[in-house]
Design a protein around this ligand. Sequence first.
Ligand code: SAH
Length: 226
Amino acid sequence: MKGRFDLVGIGMTSQRTRNRLVDRLREKGISDESVLAAVAAVPRHIFVDEALAHRAYEDTALPIGQGQTISQPFVVALMTQTLLDQPRDRVLEVGTGSGYQTAILATIGKLDRRVGKVFTVERLGALIDRARERLTAIGLRQVRFRHGDGYRGWPEEGPFDGILVTAAPRIVPEALLEQLAPGGRLVVPVGADTIQQLTVYDRTDRGIQQTTLDQVRFVPLVKGIQ
Ligand code: SAH
């Protein structure tokens, strides 16, 4: 298919290149087979600028315009694997960006239903329209997009069984904890502008339980929309 997004792939964007990325993620400790299958299935090169398409299957973050980045595949895989310690029916992503993480979640939904419906919120209108176009181009339609401030979550659609935040607040937004269903899990990088702690919040019978994972680097979660 030719058109706005080149889905055929040229050399550096081939299935073999994509499979090498999967091998790297496996070596780095990603063991969830449906996460790995989704990374193999989603064409990351259509989520980055054309000029950077040849680098799309390196395990690295890349610029996507508006001062934002598409996350490093390892971090996407780690966060998704952490969110999916059990199936999650309603999943909210905060920070749609390019839509790559959204596509990984929606693909897992298609492959083995460990994800049900995906909701995604982005504060920058220019990015969310492009993300929606990309997901439509690769046939992922079970996603609802919202141009809004993810600090507030998506109260009309909550509660959620899983929430994944791909930009970093200094402290965890109260609204996101409130929108966690019983048994629900929130995965979020929390901390300063330059380096954060990947943090997991579980809503259990005994209240919210917090676990800290690796150090990560995300762009800050910013209030208000543009
Ligand atoms: N998941 C994305 C990562 C994008 S970077 C991907 O796979 O490409 C983080 C994104 O969070 C940016 O697009 C940024 O605009 C967005 N963001 C920052 N603050 C936000 C907020 N309060 N609400 C919604 N999105 C926000």
